[in-house]
Design a protein around this ligand. Structure first.
Ligand code: NAP
Length: 425
Protein backbone atom coordinates (compact mmCIF):
# COMPACT_ATOMS: atom_id res chain seq x y z
CA UNK A 1 0.00 0.00 0.00
CA UNK A 2 1.28 3.48 -0.81
CA UNK A 3 1.14 6.52 1.50
CA UNK A 4 -1.71 7.95 -0.63
CA UNK A 5 -3.69 4.75 -0.34
CA UNK A 6 -3.05 4.63 3.40
CA UNK A 7 -4.23 8.22 3.80
CA UNK A 8 -7.41 7.43 1.86
CA UNK A 9 -7.91 4.28 3.97
CA UNK A 10 -7.65 6.31 7.16
CA UNK A 11 -10.13 8.83 5.81
CA UNK A 12 -12.65 6.11 4.91
CA UNK A 13 -12.12 4.25 8.22
CA UNK A 14 -12.76 7.41 10.21
CA UNK A 15 -15.77 8.40 8.14
CA UNK A 16 -17.66 5.12 8.27
CA UNK A 17 -16.31 3.95 11.59
CA UNK A 18 -18.59 1.21 12.89
CA UNK A 19 -21.14 1.21 10.06
CA UNK A 20 -20.32 -2.25 8.83
CA UNK A 21 -21.19 -3.92 12.13
CA UNK A 22 -24.76 -5.26 12.25
CA UNK A 23 -26.96 -7.47 14.39
CA UNK A 24 -30.01 -9.44 13.29
CA UNK A 25 -31.70 -10.91 16.32
CA UNK A 26 -34.89 -12.57 17.55
CA UNK A 27 -35.51 -12.27 21.28
CA UNK A 28 -38.02 -12.86 24.07
CA UNK A 29 -39.22 -9.28 23.55
CA UNK A 30 -40.94 -9.87 20.23
CA UNK A 31 -41.23 -13.63 20.02
CA UNK A 32 -42.86 -16.29 22.14
CA UNK A 33 -40.20 -18.49 23.77
CA UNK A 34 -41.75 -21.60 22.23
CA UNK A 35 -41.15 -20.16 18.74
CA UNK A 36 -37.58 -18.96 19.21
CA UNK A 37 -36.17 -22.38 18.27
CA UNK A 38 -37.57 -21.86 14.75
CA UNK A 39 -34.99 -19.12 14.25
CA UNK A 40 -32.03 -21.36 15.18
CA UNK A 41 -29.80 -22.71 12.44
CA UNK A 42 -31.75 -25.83 11.49
CA UNK A 43 -28.90 -28.34 11.50
CA UNK A 44 -27.33 -27.62 14.89
CA UNK A 45 -24.34 -29.95 14.53
CA UNK A 46 -20.96 -28.15 14.41
CA UNK A 47 -20.67 -28.98 10.73
CA UNK A 48 -24.26 -27.85 10.07
CA UNK A 49 -23.78 -24.49 11.78
CA UNK A 50 -20.42 -23.80 10.16
CA UNK A 51 -21.60 -24.78 6.66
CA UNK A 52 -24.71 -22.64 6.92
CA UNK A 53 -22.79 -19.69 8.40
CA UNK A 54 -20.26 -19.91 5.56
CA UNK A 55 -22.99 -19.83 2.96
CA UNK A 56 -24.63 -16.83 4.65
CA UNK A 57 -21.25 -15.05 4.64
CA UNK A 58 -20.71 -15.71 0.99
CA UNK A 59 -24.26 -14.85 -0.11
CA UNK A 60 -24.36 -11.49 1.71
CA UNK A 61 -20.69 -10.56 1.33
CA UNK A 62 -20.11 -10.76 5.07
CA UNK A 63 -16.51 -10.99 6.22
CA UNK A 64 -17.08 -12.01 9.84
CA UNK A 65 -20.04 -13.64 11.60
CA UNK A 66 -20.83 -14.76 15.13
CA UNK A 67 -23.88 -16.89 16.01
CA UNK A 68 -25.54 -17.07 19.43
CA UNK A 69 -28.54 -19.30 20.19
CA UNK A 70 -30.11 -19.53 23.68
CA UNK A 71 -33.60 -20.40 24.89
CA UNK A 72 -34.68 -16.76 24.69
CA UNK A 73 -32.48 -15.28 21.97
CA UNK A 74 -30.96 -15.92 18.55
CA UNK A 75 -28.36 -13.42 17.48
CA UNK A 76 -26.26 -12.98 14.34
CA UNK A 77 -23.54 -10.40 14.90
CA UNK A 78 -21.65 -9.67 11.71
CA UNK A 79 -19.24 -7.36 9.91
CA UNK A 80 -19.97 -6.73 6.25
CA UNK A 81 -17.50 -6.04 3.46
CA UNK A 82 -19.81 -3.52 1.80
CA UNK A 83 -22.24 -1.11 3.34
CA UNK A 84 -25.50 -3.00 2.86
CA UNK A 85 -28.59 -2.06 4.83
CA UNK A 86 -29.47 -5.15 6.95
CA UNK A 87 -33.17 -4.33 6.46
CA UNK A 88 -32.73 -5.29 2.81
CA UNK A 89 -31.33 -8.73 3.55
CA UNK A 90 -32.99 -9.81 6.82
CA UNK A 91 -35.83 -11.84 5.24
CA UNK A 92 -33.55 -13.73 2.82
CA UNK A 93 -31.04 -14.13 5.64
CA UNK A 94 -33.51 -15.91 7.94
CA UNK A 95 -34.94 -18.01 5.10
CA UNK A 96 -31.43 -19.41 4.72
CA UNK A 97 -31.11 -19.96 8.49
CA UNK A 98 -34.16 -22.19 8.80
CA UNK A 99 -36.56 -23.59 6.19
CA UNK A 100 -39.44 -23.45 8.65
CA UNK A 101 -39.37 -19.66 8.37
CA UNK A 102 -40.31 -19.65 4.69
CA UNK A 103 -43.99 -19.90 5.68
CA UNK A 104 -43.75 -16.75 7.85
CA UNK A 105 -42.80 -14.48 4.95
CA UNK A 106 -44.57 -11.15 5.63
CA UNK A 107 -44.70 -11.64 9.38
CA UNK A 108 -41.00 -12.52 9.70
CA UNK A 109 -40.11 -8.85 10.11
CA UNK A 110 -42.30 -8.66 13.23
CA UNK A 111 -39.90 -11.04 14.94
CA UNK A 112 -36.54 -9.77 13.72
CA UNK A 113 -34.87 -6.87 15.53
CA UNK A 114 -32.15 -5.04 13.59
CA UNK A 115 -29.26 -3.07 15.06
CA UNK A 116 -26.90 -1.19 12.76
CA UNK A 117 -23.43 0.28 13.23
CA UNK A 118 -22.87 1.81 16.65
CA UNK A 119 -26.30 0.55 17.77
CA UNK A 120 -25.11 -3.00 17.06
CA UNK A 121 -22.15 -2.47 19.39
CA UNK A 122 -24.46 -0.95 22.01
CA UNK A 123 -26.77 -3.96 21.76
CA UNK A 124 -23.85 -6.41 22.01
CA UNK A 125 -22.69 -4.73 25.22
CA UNK A 126 -26.23 -4.73 26.64
CA UNK A 127 -26.54 -8.45 25.94
CA UNK A 128 -23.15 -9.11 27.60
CA UNK A 129 -24.18 -7.19 30.70
CA UNK A 130 -27.61 -8.91 30.89
CA UNK A 131 -29.68 -5.73 30.76
CA UNK A 132 -31.31 -7.06 27.58
CA UNK A 133 -32.12 -10.39 29.26
CA UNK A 134 -35.52 -11.73 30.20
CA UNK A 135 -34.21 -12.12 33.73
CA UNK A 136 -32.24 -8.98 34.39
CA UNK A 137 -28.84 -9.68 35.94
CA UNK A 138 -28.60 -13.37 34.94
CA UNK A 139 -24.94 -14.12 34.31
CA UNK A 140 -25.63 -17.15 32.14
CA UNK A 141 -25.91 -14.97 29.03
CA UNK A 142 -22.38 -13.68 29.60
CA UNK A 143 -21.06 -17.26 29.54
CA UNK A 144 -23.19 -18.13 26.50
CA UNK A 145 -21.97 -15.07 24.60
CA UNK A 146 -18.32 -15.94 25.25
CA UNK A 147 -18.96 -19.56 24.22
CA UNK A 148 -20.62 -18.33 21.01
CA UNK A 149 -17.56 -16.23 20.20
CA UNK A 150 -15.21 -19.12 20.95
CA UNK A 151 -17.23 -21.36 18.64
CA UNK A 152 -17.32 -18.82 15.79
CA UNK A 153 -13.65 -17.98 16.21
CA UNK A 154 -12.32 -21.55 16.39
CA UNK A 155 -14.38 -22.45 13.34
CA UNK A 156 -12.98 -19.58 11.32
CA UNK A 157 -16.24 -17.63 11.03
CA UNK A 158 -14.90 -14.41 12.49
CA UNK A 159 -11.68 -12.44 12.71
CA UNK A 160 -10.17 -9.20 14.02
CA UNK A 161 -13.31 -7.01 13.76
CA UNK A 162 -15.48 -9.26 15.92
CA UNK A 163 -12.51 -10.10 18.15
CA UNK A 164 -12.03 -6.49 19.21
CA UNK A 165 -15.77 -5.92 19.68
CA UNK A 166 -16.00 -9.02 21.89
CA UNK A 167 -12.83 -8.06 23.75
CA UNK A 168 -14.49 -4.82 24.87
CA UNK A 169 -17.92 -6.47 25.39
CA UNK A 170 -16.35 -8.98 27.78
CA UNK A 171 -14.47 -6.23 29.60
CA UNK A 172 -17.72 -4.24 29.90
CA UNK A 173 -19.66 -7.30 31.13
CA UNK A 174 -17.06 -8.09 33.79
CA UNK A 175 -17.12 -4.52 35.03
CA UNK A 176 -20.91 -4.52 35.20
CA UNK A 177 -21.08 -7.73 37.26
CA UNK A 178 -18.21 -6.57 39.53
CA UNK A 179 -19.08 -2.92 40.03
CA UNK A 180 -22.89 -3.03 40.22
CA UNK A 181 -25.43 -5.12 42.12
CA UNK A 182 -27.31 -6.14 38.96
CA UNK A 183 -26.74 -9.87 39.63
CA UNK A 184 -27.35 -9.75 43.38
CA UNK A 185 -30.46 -11.00 45.20
CA UNK A 186 -32.01 -14.06 43.56
CA UNK A 187 -35.04 -13.58 41.34
CA UNK A 188 -35.81 -17.15 40.34
CA UNK A 189 -38.60 -18.78 42.34
CA UNK A 190 -36.69 -22.05 42.52
CA UNK A 191 -33.49 -20.48 43.85
CA UNK A 192 -35.50 -18.48 46.41
CA UNK A 193 -37.27 -21.67 47.49
CA UNK A 194 -33.91 -23.33 48.06
CA UNK A 195 -32.68 -20.36 50.02
CA UNK A 196 -35.64 -20.82 52.38
CA UNK A 197 -35.14 -24.57 52.47
CA UNK A 198 -31.47 -24.27 53.39
CA UNK A 199 -32.34 -21.77 56.13
CA UNK A 200 -34.18 -24.68 57.80
CA UNK A 201 -30.91 -26.65 57.93
CA UNK A 202 -32.24 -29.96 56.58
CA UNK A 203 -30.00 -33.03 56.75
CA UNK A 204 -28.30 -34.00 53.47
CA UNK A 205 -29.63 -37.51 54.05
CA UNK A 206 -33.26 -36.26 54.19
CA UNK A 207 -35.68 -38.43 52.21
CA UNK A 208 -36.77 -36.15 49.36
CA UNK A 209 -39.99 -36.88 47.45
CA UNK A 210 -40.34 -35.00 44.18
CA UNK A 211 -43.77 -34.90 42.57
CA UNK A 212 -43.77 -33.89 38.89
CA UNK A 213 -40.91 -34.11 36.43
CA UNK A 214 -41.34 -30.96 34.33
CA UNK A 215 -38.98 -28.03 33.85
CA UNK A 216 -39.35 -26.53 37.32
CA UNK A 217 -38.61 -29.88 38.94
CA UNK A 218 -35.64 -30.52 36.69
CA UNK A 219 -34.22 -27.19 37.81
CA UNK A 220 -35.03 -28.07 41.42
CA UNK A 221 -33.20 -31.37 40.96
CA UNK A 222 -30.05 -29.43 40.02
CA UNK A 223 -30.35 -27.42 43.23
CA UNK A 224 -30.87 -30.59 45.32
CA UNK A 225 -27.68 -32.00 43.77
CA UNK A 226 -25.83 -28.73 44.29
CA UNK A 227 -26.72 -28.82 47.99
CA UNK A 228 -25.59 -32.49 48.13
CA UNK A 229 -28.87 -34.20 49.00
CA UNK A 230 -28.67 -37.90 48.29
CA UNK A 231 -32.00 -39.67 48.85
CA UNK A 232 -34.62 -39.14 46.13
CA UNK A 233 -37.92 -40.60 44.98
CA UNK A 234 -39.72 -39.15 41.96
CA UNK A 235 -43.45 -39.48 41.17
CA UNK A 236 -44.88 -38.33 37.87
CA UNK A 237 -47.98 -38.82 35.74
CA UNK A 238 -45.87 -40.02 32.81
CA UNK A 239 -43.59 -42.67 34.23
CA UNK A 240 -40.89 -42.37 31.56
CA UNK A 241 -40.31 -38.76 32.62
CA UNK A 242 -40.22 -39.81 36.28
CA UNK A 243 -37.58 -42.33 35.24
CA UNK A 244 -35.31 -39.81 33.50
CA UNK A 245 -35.45 -37.39 36.45
CA UNK A 246 -34.86 -40.24 38.92
CA UNK A 247 -31.90 -41.42 36.86
CA UNK A 248 -30.39 -37.95 36.98
CA UNK A 249 -30.78 -37.98 40.77
CA UNK A 250 -29.82 -41.62 41.22
CA UNK A 251 -33.18 -42.18 42.93
CA UNK A 252 -36.36 -44.27 42.61
CA UNK A 253 -39.32 -43.56 40.34
CA UNK A 254 -43.06 -44.19 40.52
CA UNK A 255 -46.20 -43.26 38.67
CA UNK A 256 -48.49 -40.69 40.27
CA UNK A 257 -51.09 -43.35 41.19
CA UNK A 258 -48.48 -45.10 43.33
CA UNK A 259 -48.51 -42.15 45.76
CA UNK A 260 -51.49 -43.88 47.40
CA UNK A 261 -49.52 -46.99 48.25
CA UNK A 262 -46.03 -45.56 48.89
CA UNK A 263 -44.60 -46.60 52.25
CA UNK A 264 -41.06 -45.20 52.10
CA UNK A 265 -41.82 -42.07 54.18
CA UNK A 266 -40.29 -38.63 53.57
CA UNK A 267 -38.66 -35.58 55.17
CA UNK A 268 -38.94 -33.07 52.30
CA UNK A 269 -41.83 -33.03 49.84
CA UNK A 270 -41.24 -30.99 46.67
CA UNK A 271 -44.40 -30.66 44.55
CA UNK A 272 -44.79 -28.82 41.28
CA UNK A 273 -47.02 -29.99 38.44
CA UNK A 274 -49.33 -28.42 35.90
CA UNK A 275 -52.39 -29.96 37.62
CA UNK A 276 -55.02 -27.35 38.40
CA UNK A 277 -56.42 -29.21 41.42
CA UNK A 278 -54.70 -30.46 44.58
CA UNK A 279 -52.65 -33.60 44.13
CA UNK A 280 -51.76 -33.94 47.82
CA UNK A 281 -54.96 -34.04 49.86
CA UNK A 282 -55.24 -35.24 53.46
CA UNK A 283 -55.54 -38.89 52.36
CA UNK A 284 -52.36 -38.82 50.24
CA UNK A 285 -50.46 -36.87 52.89
CA UNK A 286 -51.36 -39.37 55.63
CA UNK A 287 -50.21 -42.20 53.38
CA UNK A 288 -46.90 -40.45 52.71
CA UNK A 289 -46.39 -39.67 56.42
CA UNK A 290 -46.76 -43.29 57.51
CA UNK A 291 -47.48 -42.13 61.10
CA UNK A 292 -44.15 -40.31 61.27
CA UNK A 293 -44.48 -37.52 63.89
CA UNK A 294 -41.41 -35.48 62.91
CA UNK A 295 -41.92 -32.01 61.46
CA UNK A 296 -41.81 -32.13 57.65
CA UNK A 297 -40.84 -29.62 54.97
CA UNK A 298 -43.30 -29.12 52.12
CA UNK A 299 -42.39 -27.02 49.09
CA UNK A 300 -45.20 -26.34 46.63
CA UNK A 301 -44.26 -24.19 43.63
CA UNK A 302 -47.26 -24.99 41.44
CA UNK A 303 -49.74 -22.30 40.42
CA UNK A 304 -52.40 -23.03 41.62
CA UNK A 305 -50.88 -24.94 44.53
CA UNK A 306 -50.83 -28.75 44.40
CA UNK A 307 -51.03 -29.25 48.18
CA UNK A 308 -54.50 -28.91 49.66
CA UNK A 309 -54.97 -26.08 52.18
CA UNK A 310 -56.36 -28.54 54.74
CA UNK A 311 -53.04 -30.42 54.70
CA UNK A 312 -51.14 -27.22 55.44
CA UNK A 313 -53.56 -26.18 58.19
CA UNK A 314 -53.80 -29.46 60.04
CA UNK A 315 -50.24 -30.83 59.98
CA UNK A 316 -47.00 -29.86 61.68
CA UNK A 317 -44.90 -28.72 58.73
CA UNK A 318 -42.68 -25.98 57.35
CA UNK A 319 -44.49 -24.75 54.27
CA UNK A 320 -42.62 -23.00 51.46
CA UNK A 321 -45.13 -21.66 48.96
CA UNK A 322 -44.98 -19.81 45.71
CA UNK A 323 -46.91 -16.59 46.42
CA UNK A 324 -44.53 -15.23 49.09
CA UNK A 325 -41.56 -16.25 46.92
CA UNK A 326 -43.09 -14.43 43.96
CA UNK A 327 -43.40 -11.29 46.06
CA UNK A 328 -39.76 -11.61 47.15
CA UNK A 329 -38.70 -12.20 43.53
CA UNK A 330 -40.53 -9.02 42.55
CA UNK A 331 -38.79 -6.99 45.25
CA UNK A 332 -35.41 -8.39 44.28
CA UNK A 333 -36.08 -7.60 40.63
CA UNK A 334 -36.87 -3.96 41.44
CA UNK A 335 -33.62 -3.86 43.42
CA UNK A 336 -31.79 -5.05 40.29
CA UNK A 337 -33.67 -2.58 38.08
CA UNK A 338 -32.32 0.29 40.16
CA UNK A 339 -28.83 -0.74 39.03
CA UNK A 340 -29.58 -0.24 35.32
CA UNK A 341 -28.58 3.43 35.32
CA UNK A 342 -25.15 2.51 36.76
CA UNK A 343 -24.77 -0.21 34.13
CA UNK A 344 -25.53 2.28 31.37
CA UNK A 345 -22.77 4.61 32.55
CA UNK A 346 -20.25 1.75 32.34
CA UNK A 347 -21.45 0.72 28.89
CA UNK A 348 -21.28 4.29 27.59
CA UNK A 349 -17.65 4.56 28.69
CA UNK A 350 -16.77 1.20 27.14
CA UNK A 351 -18.49 2.17 23.89
CA UNK A 352 -16.32 5.25 23.70
CA UNK A 353 -13.23 3.13 24.35
CA UNK A 354 -14.27 0.69 21.69
CA UNK A 355 -14.54 3.48 19.11
CA UNK A 356 -10.99 4.57 19.92
CA UNK A 357 -9.72 1.02 19.72
CA UNK A 358 -11.49 0.40 16.41
CA UNK A 359 -10.03 3.57 14.86
CA UNK A 360 -6.55 2.72 16.11
CA UNK A 361 -6.74 -0.81 14.71
CA UNK A 362 -7.89 0.51 11.33
CA UNK A 363 -5.05 3.00 11.19
CA UNK A 364 -2.50 0.42 12.33
CA UNK A 365 -3.76 -1.93 9.65
CA UNK A 366 -3.49 0.77 6.99
CA UNK A 367 0.09 1.52 8.07
CA UNK A 368 1.18 -2.09 8.38
CA UNK A 369 3.23 -1.87 5.15
CA UNK A 370 5.63 0.68 6.74
CA UNK A 371 7.88 -1.71 8.73
CA UNK A 372 8.55 -3.87 5.64
CA UNK A 373 9.33 -0.80 3.51
CA UNK A 374 11.74 0.64 6.05
CA UNK A 375 13.42 -2.74 6.46
CA UNK A 376 13.77 -3.01 2.67
CA UNK A 377 15.36 0.51 2.52
CA UNK A 378 17.84 -0.48 5.23
CA UNK A 379 18.76 -3.69 3.48
CA UNK A 380 19.20 -1.96 0.12
CA UNK A 381 21.46 0.65 1.73
CA UNK A 382 23.65 -2.08 3.24
CA UNK A 383 23.70 -4.48 0.31
CA UNK A 384 23.67 -2.08 -2.70
CA UNK A 385 23.94 1.69 -2.18
CA UNK A 386 26.80 1.68 0.35
CA UNK A 387 28.07 -1.85 -0.28
CA UNK A 388 31.46 -0.78 -1.77
CA UNK A 389 32.23 1.67 1.06
CA UNK A 390 31.18 -0.84 3.71
CA UNK A 391 33.51 -3.45 2.21
CA UNK A 392 36.53 -1.29 3.16
CA UNK A 393 35.59 -1.12 6.87
CA UNK A 394 36.86 -3.31 9.68
CA UNK A 395 34.50 -5.68 11.59
CA UNK A 396 34.11 -3.43 14.64
CA UNK A 397 33.02 -0.40 12.55
CA UNK A 398 30.71 -2.58 10.45
CA UNK A 399 29.05 -3.96 13.56
CA UNK A 400 28.53 -0.40 14.90
CA UNK A 401 26.95 0.72 11.61
CA UNK A 402 24.64 -2.30 11.62
CA UNK A 403 23.55 -1.53 15.17
CA UNK A 404 22.88 2.12 14.27
CA UNK A 405 20.85 1.13 11.21
CA UNK A 406 18.73 -1.31 13.26
CA UNK A 407 18.19 1.41 15.86
CA UNK A 408 17.09 3.87 13.13
CA UNK A 409 14.79 1.25 11.60
CA UNK A 410 12.99 0.67 14.92
CA UNK A 411 12.64 4.39 15.60
CA UNK A 412 11.33 5.12 12.08
CA UNK A 413 8.72 2.35 12.35
CA UNK A 414 7.53 3.76 15.68
CA UNK A 415 6.89 7.29 14.30
CA UNK A 416 3.75 6.53 12.22
CA UNK A 417 2.39 4.15 14.89
CA UNK A 418 2.77 6.86 17.55
CA UNK A 419 1.13 9.36 15.19
CA UNK A 420 -1.77 6.92 14.65
CA UNK A 421 -2.22 6.62 18.41
CA UNK A 422 -2.20 10.42 18.80
CA UNK A 423 -4.78 10.76 16.01
CA UNK A 424 -7.21 8.50 17.88
CA UNK A 425 -6.65 9.68 21.48
N1 NAP B 1 -42.14 -21.72 40.39
C1 NAP B 1 -41.82 -21.16 39.28
O1 NAP B 1 -40.89 -20.39 39.04
C2 NAP B 1 -42.64 -21.53 38.24
C3 NAP B 1 -42.25 -21.13 36.99
C4 NAP B 1 -42.99 -21.58 36.02
C5 NAP B 1 -44.08 -22.38 36.30
N2 NAP B 1 -44.45 -22.68 37.54
C6 NAP B 1 -45.58 -23.52 37.86
O2 NAP B 1 -45.05 -24.83 38.00
C7 NAP B 1 -45.96 -25.76 37.46
C8 NAP B 1 -45.19 -26.62 36.48
O3 NAP B 1 -44.52 -25.82 35.54
P1 NAP B 1 -43.38 -26.41 34.63
O4 NAP B 1 -42.84 -25.30 33.81
O5 NAP B 1 -42.44 -27.22 35.43
O6 NAP B 1 -44.27 -27.35 33.71
P2 NAP B 1 -43.87 -28.47 32.67
O7 NAP B 1 -42.44 -28.48 32.35
O8 NAP B 1 -44.88 -28.40 31.59
O9 NAP B 1 -44.18 -29.81 33.50
C9 NAP B 1 -45.44 -30.07 33.97
C10 NAP B 1 -45.40 -31.24 34.94
O10 NAP B 1 -46.67 -31.35 35.54
C11 NAP B 1 -47.23 -32.61 35.23
N3 NAP B 1 -48.65 -32.43 35.02
C12 NAP B 1 -49.27 -31.59 34.17
N4 NAP B 1 -50.60 -31.68 34.29
C13 NAP B 1 -50.82 -32.60 35.24
C14 NAP B 1 -52.00 -33.13 35.83
N5 NAP B 1 -53.22 -32.72 35.46
N6 NAP B 1 -51.88 -34.06 36.79
C15 NAP B 1 -50.66 -34.47 37.17
N7 NAP B 1 -49.51 -34.03 36.67
C16 NAP B 1 -49.59 -33.08 35.71
C17 NAP B 1 -46.51 -33.06 33.99
O11 NAP B 1 -46.56 -34.45 33.89
P3 NAP B 1 -46.29 -35.22 32.52
O12 NAP B 1 -44.82 -35.47 32.48
O13 NAP B 1 -47.09 -36.45 32.66
O14 NAP B 1 -46.78 -34.34 31.42
C18 NAP B 1 -45.10 -32.54 34.26
O15 NAP B 1 -44.42 -33.36 35.16
C19 NAP B 1 -47.09 -24.91 36.91
O16 NAP B 1 -48.11 -24.85 37.89
C20 NAP B 1 -46.52 -23.55 36.74
O17 NAP B 1 -47.49 -22.53 36.89
C21 NAP B 1 -43.72 -22.31 38.52
Amino acid sequence: MTIRKAARFIFVARRFMLDKYNILTVTHRQTNLKEIGNFFIEDNSVKGIVTLAESIKSKFNISELMYLATCNRVMFFYYQNDLIDPEQISTDFFHLVNNKLASLNGSLSKHVEIYKGEKAIEHLFEVASSIDSMVLGEREIFRQLREAYKFSNTNGLCGDKIRIAMQVAVKAGKQVYDATKIGEKPVSIVSLAFKELMNLNPKKTSRVLIIGAGQTNQLAAKFFKKYQFTNFTVFNRTESKAKSLATMLDGDKYSLEELNSYKGGFDILFVCTGATTSIIKEKEYKQLLQDDKDKKIVIDLAIPGNVDQAVIDSNDLHYIEVSSLKQLAKENMSFREKEISKVKVILEKERHEFKQLFKRREIERSLSFIPQEIKAIKEKALSEVFAKDLATLDDKTLSLINEMMTYMEKKCVAVPMKTAKKLTD
